[in-house]
Unconditional design. Structure first.
Length: 190
């Protein structure tokens, strides 16, 4: 069974919207505009590219990342990696050519089936709504969270507000950096 890892830049109050400067959000670009950059705090992002064997995204994140990541040296490791996009509206002719093999999944059942295949970790980038749905369905196995010392108020959140039973997490790695950023890696306890 493959491990499904959710990775996110997240504010202290749970917001994950527009960390890299995506338009349409009041605090867009909060990861680099509001907190001093320290390279050592982002070591986990490089490690994710080395350890992951596939990427899972929702349609909106796919459309955003596929425009910029193929040409970025920082994300070169994801270039040839298989990509899976969960969408009920995306079609094969909407996919970006030259960014490796991309498969469209139509449901969470398709994601559950992907987890049952042979292979290494699958990493979920961006995709706030997809992350909420995956978490609520019990499909996420690990969280890689870079928590920024910011309160952003309104915005898309990583976790849903669905009323559900408590889900225990085990802290397996953590570090605090001089700029206030915190790395927290949690395994989901089953």
């Amino acid at each position: 069974m493959r491990t499904l890892i959710s990775t996110a830049f997240i504010s202290l109050d749970g917001v994950v919207e527009a960390p890299g400067g995506e338009p349409g959000y009041r605090n867009s670009g909060w990861t680099f505009k509001e907190v001093e950059f320290l390279p050592e705090a982002f070591e986990i992002k490089e490690r994710e590219q080395q350890e992951a064997t596939a990427i899972l995204m929702g349609r909106i994140s796919y459309e955003a990342f596929s425009r910029v990541w193929p040409g970025m040296e920082d994300f070169a490791g994801y270039g040839l990696m298989p990509k899976y996009v969960v969408s009920t509206t995306l079609h094969d002719d909407d996919l970006v050519p030259g960014w490796g093999r991309t498969t469209i999944l139509r449901s969470l059942d398709d994601v559950a089936a992907l987890k049952e295949t042979e292979g290494g970790p699958v990493i979920v980038h961006g995709s706030a709504t997809l992350n909420q749905d995956l978490s609520d369905a019990g499909l996420i196995d690990r969280y890689h969270l870079l928590v920024f010392p910011l309160l952003l108020g309104a915005g898309k959140r990583l976790f849903s507000t669905t009323d559900k039973d408590a889900q225990k997490l085990e802290l397996v790695e953590h570090e605090v950096y001089a700029n206030g950023l915190q790395k927290n890696v949690f395994d989901v306890v089953r």
